[in-house]
Write a protein that binds this ligand. Structure first.
Ligand code: NAD
Length: 500
């Protein structure tokens, strides 16, 4: 089967880039294994070209009234909603996740646009009248200039949307650097800004790899960097970006634990473990990869999980399956390597996805859902973020042992507890050292008006994504002290200003 290979390039100043790239990379359809696109990778000079356009556009956009900015945001919200299915199709074609999941991703991104539509309210400052005689103090929030958004492969539409609508609403220009693995959704979404009436150059898409990221991290006109990806790169981006004086929020990897207490509803817990473990083939930063069963319920819970796994359909995301392929061949091989390592290290391979049935082309990057039991904390399937459809059950004797496991982990993105005991749940949300906590909710991704972010190695910086953290991240505060005197007033006084 031959597929037409499309050229995918940068979107600069509202138009496709017309230059010639020195380097390109291949984009695949993971369900067929076929190359579908050839992606231009930016050189440092191309980064400079794009940032220059963004910088120039930021001046006028930052001065545009809140009323006009809000009108653009509302129009953009309508357009993304109208084009939801097309964007989802692009995601499935390059990421592999099933169509319904891709639509869900766009929907969660839409929530951030809706939040950003409230920007006139969100940007209101404080005003203190008469702090001293005839002296008023007030605070205002102003845009930064140009913001860079560097995103991972696993949410090619939603993760850019965590940042871009808020950055734009706050009056900034943006340069989005999507993942090289599935770049088309970012282009499609950025194209809709033009239709919504956003001036050219305010939102740009720059494709590339390390070379592009490194230049963004040092470019003097990039004022902030919002990064999402693996922990080693998040740390690198945070350290280099801040060294160059930029504001950086860098969200990293995860190893999310779901604790099931003996009093939990085990059917609910089994549903949740399967959904959160294998949805999007485990390629979610909020996926559950460690299931901590507090004894004596492990055998019963595993039985229920196996029953559910037997009904899952793995295959091409356009065919109504439950789970799609992994994103690339090398990533699939890496995940399969972890399955082999788990067996070697002595874990019990309860369901082997390497032998699973697949509804898709033989050349696709497949691994069916895989379940390990009797996993212990020193095994690599427990210590590492596998980022695939591999769920590891760790058996512990008590709540305290479960909590200790979660709190000893270097990651702290998401976690969940399943229980019918309100006191235990309340204790857990207080004691656990993780940024996002679910109580009988396996993937506790906060709504757009709260902020998304983990603790420990899951986030570098102190600002989480969207919600009020987003508004603060994309603006600088200015405090004005003003005095309007009666015309009769005057006089010289060189003393330090105090209150009277
Ligand atoms: P990645 O770190 O490989 O890539 C992320 C971005 O960094 C991409 O745009 C990529 O081009 C760029 N990049 C890659 N290598 C680089 C280098 N050496 N120097 C500079 N830039 C580089 O991550 P990924 O594989 O695309 O995404 C999966 C990871 O992202 C997982 O670890 C997952 O947990 C994490 N993630 C975290 C969150 C979160 O909110 N914490 C959300 C989604 C994904």
């Amino acid at each position: 089967m031959s597929t037409e290979i499309k050229r995918i390039t940068h979107l600069v100043g509202g138009n496709s880039w017309t230059g010639v790239a020195e380097r390109t990379s291949k984009v695949y359809n993971p369900a067929t294994g076929q190359v579908t696109g050839e992606l231009d990778l930016a050189s440092a000079a191309t980064v400079d070209e794009v940032v220059k356009v963004a910088h120039e556009a930021s001046r006028a956009w930052g001065q545009t009234s809140l009323t006009k900015r809000t009108q653009v945001l509302f129009a953009y919200r309508e357009l993304v909603n109208q084009h939801k299915d097309e964007i989802a199709a692009l995601i499935t074609a390059e990421h592999g996740k099933v169509l319904s999941d891709a639509v869900g991703e766009v929907t969660r991104g839409l929530e951030v646009i809706e939040f950003a539509c409230g920007i006139p309210h969100l940007l209101k400052g404080g005003f203190s009248e008469g702090v001293s005689t005839k002296v008023d103090v007030y605070s205002i929030r102003q845009p930064l200039g140009v913001s860079a958004v560097i995103s991972p492969f696993n949410f090619p539409a939603m993760v850019p949307m965590w940042f871009v609508p808020i950055a734009v609403a706050c009056g900034n220009s943006v340069v989005i650097k999507p993942s090289e693995k599935d770049p088309s959704a970012a282009n499609a979404m950025a194209g809709l800004w033009k239709e919504a009436g956003l001036p050219d150059g305010v939102v740009n898409v720059l494709h590339g790899d390390k070379e592009a990221v490194d230049r963004l991290l040092e470019h003097p006109d990039i004022k902030s960097v919002s990064f999402v990806g693996s922990t080693p790169i998040a740390k690198y981006v945070y350290e280099n970006g801040t060294r160059n004086g930029k504001r950086v929020q860098a969200l990293g990897g995860a190893k999310n634990h779901m604790i099931v207490l003996p009093d939990a509803d085990l059917d609910l817990a089994a549903d949740a473990a399967v959904n959160a473990g294998f949805g999007s083939a485990g390629e979610r930063c909020m996926a559950i990869s460690a299931l901590v069963a507090v004894e004596p319920i492990a055998d019963e819970l595993i039985g229920k999980i196996k029953d559910r796994m037997a009904k899952l359909k793995t295959g091409d995301g356009t065919r109504g399956c439950d789970m799609g392929p992994l994103v690339t061949g090398p990533h699939r091989d890496k995940v399969v390597g972890y399955v082999a390592a788990g067996v070697d290290e002595g874990a019990e391979l309860t369901v082997d996805g390497r032998n699973g049935d697949v509804d898709g082309a033989a050349e696709g990057f497949w691994l069916a859902p895989t379940l390990f039991d009797k996993v212990t904390p020193e095994m690599s399937i427990y210590t590492d973020e596998i980022f695939g459809p591999v769920l590891s059950v760790v058996r512990v004797p008590s709540y305290d042992a479960a909590l200790d496991l979660v709190n000893s982990n270097p990651y702290g993105n998401g976690t969940a507890i399943f229980t019918n005991d309100g006191g235990a749940a309340r204790r857990f949300q207080n004691e656990v050292e993780v940024g996002m906590v679910g109580v009988n909710v396996p993937i506790p991704v906060p709504m757009a008006y709260y902020s998304f972010g983990g603790w420990k190695n899951s986030l570098f910086g102190d600002t989480h994504a969207h919600g009020m953290d987003g508004v603060h991240f994309f603006t600088r505060t200015k405090v004005v002290t003003s005095r309007w005197l009666d015309p009769s007033h005057g006089g010289i006084n060189l003393g330090f200003p105090t209150h009277d």
